[in-house]
Design a protein around this ligand. Sequence first.
Ligand code: SPD
Length: 298
Amino acid sequence: MENYSKINDGWFSEICPMWPGISLSLEIEEVLYSKKSKFQQIDMYQTKNHGKMLVLDGIIQLTQSDEFVYQEMLAHVPLFAHPNPENILVIGGGDGGILREVGRHDCVKNIDFCEVDEDVIKVSKEFLPDLACGFNDPRLKVYIADGNAWVQEQKNKYDVIIVDSSDPIGPGEVLFERPFYEGLKAALRKNGIIATQGESFFLHKECVTNLVKITKDLFQVQAYSYFLVPTYPGGHLGICLGSLGPELKKPCRAISENFQKKLKYYCPEIHEASFVLPYFAQKMFKFIKSKKVFKNVG
Ligand code: SPD
């Protein structure tokens, strides 16, 4: 994918045609790693005020200062909405942050992880041990493969599937298309839930409405949640969720005091609040008509 981002006078500026005319800049101290993998340009920076920053093809994937928001919300919203998540699939997210959060759930028995770019895992293990600790979980099996092709082979297997994708340009594009969502649905067991990186209802209206339409068509229960991340475009990001049964907007399991103490953003109150959308987004989603397709459920 073409990389439009720039470094100028010690500042990294994220520039992307997906959010034209707006750019986030962070002051950097050092380039720690910069190499092209088989799939994309991988850069790791030491920023001045936000810890290390992982950038793929010029797009910020995370900074150490606020990565906890994304990882906690994308993992714990679907996992706490499920009554007994045992078998989990995580697609994408070679930094390991989602795995770290999934691993906090004692009820989880097996975590399958599919990532297309092995180099992202290697770089994260070297520079982001606070995220890559997710790879030490004994319940984890790692598959280096294309997420879409791999999921199409899995049937009736998972309680929760989490898709930690980059944006729909470059290698992540296929993860925003209907055939991938059909594959996710078929890979779920009875009462299964999917949660996917859902972009921004301010900046990516077409992409978000398309995701909502697809999930409304395919799942009995559908919802969209969002949260605040200062270093993502627009300072926020969404999650698109679909469920074959369980309600999504409230946690259905209690969180223990010990579990809660380890988190910084997710809590039962923010789980519910994250589904309360601004009025314009409510209207955007309300008028999406669904053609429900409920075959092959569980
Ligand atoms: N616009 C950037 C969206 C990035 C989503 N993926 C982040 C990966 C963190 N595990």
